[in-house]
Ligand binder design. Sequence first.
Ligand code: HEM
Ligand SMILES: CC(C)=CCC/C(C)=C/CC/C(C)=C/COP(=O)(O)OP(=O)(O)O
Length: 303
Amino acid sequence: MAQSLTHGEMTLPADWRDLFALTKPRVMSLVVFTALCGLLAAPGHVHPVLGFSSILAITLGAGASGALNQWYEAALDAKMKRTASRPLPAGRLAPQAALHFGVGLAAFSVFLMLFAANWQAAALLTISILFYVFVYTMWLKPRTPQNIVIGGAAGAFPPLIGWVAATGSIAPLPIMLFLLIFLWTPPHFWALALFVRSDYAAAGIPMMPVVAGEQSTRRQILFYALIMAAAAIAPWPLGYTGALYGWAATLLSALFLLLSVRVGLRQTDAGDTMQPEKRLFGYSVAYLFLIFTAVVIDHMWAL
Ligand code: HEM
Ligand SMILES: CC(C)=CCC/C(C)=C/CC/C(C)=C/COP(=O)(O)OP(=O)(O)O
């Protein structure tokens, strides 16, 4: 987009790269992947064009919610090292452009889902976008250290949306996948929050390590990792997946627990490099990619 946008006295070019960055592409890649796995693990056959369009709708909806999150948080992002160079705080994009882009993309994504799949999937996509933007970003994030526990539910919807897009109805397995991401989010995020704690403190965002302190956050990471591992393995004994998934989930979750125990039970001194926390955070991303891959392979295997 080469069009110019007015921002106060200045005129800023709306570069497509900035609009792309506004959608948080790296984070959303995993959101989209879990949605795709939900769609592929569902029973029955989906027409490839409709399946592709449904996943495109989820991609655009997730991107739109990332854009609206950044529009709302521009002033906060300017105060944090990790986020200061984003298009809005860096002044490369006008706030109005980000808002229009986000709202337009959100509306388009929901209509696309409505035409490509069904109203149930379109409704769930709408709920996820609204939940992330209003419940998490605007309401909980600036108010409570439980923000990511409750608000993180938005990020757990995609596999459910993928499944519902394919079938028109909800079933126990996608509910369990929802629960898995829901319980995965606290260890994923708090591991990172431990090593960027000063950023959140500087911006005045009440993330768990800032409010409850490091030790309490470590214990809570361990607690969530334990129930997450149980939730990850549960579909196997309950008969919703086969042994292939069961073994993959057991091994992947055992490593997740091991890394969480290291983070959960240690104390740091000044100048600590936070390697175990960085390792847990990095592995949390790989874990979700791999376990959702296992859901799909297990399903294909059983056919
Ligand atoms: C409220 C819940 C969550 C919070 C607060 C959160 C926060 C973060 C933050 C701050 C980062 C650092 C990197 C960045 O700024 O881009 C990150 C990275 C990441 N998150 Fe999350 N996250 C949450 C949930 C999720 C969910 C549900 C997913 C996907 C299912 C996800 C996937 C990722 C991925 C893939 C990365 C790595 C991105 C990279 O390689 O740079 N996150 N997360
Ligand atoms: C289908 C659909 C609409 C999905 C929504 C996707 C979703 C809720 C993802 C959650 C992951 C995410 C971007 C967290 C960032 O938290 P943050 O905003 O606190 O991070 P920041 O500090 O980097 O801005």
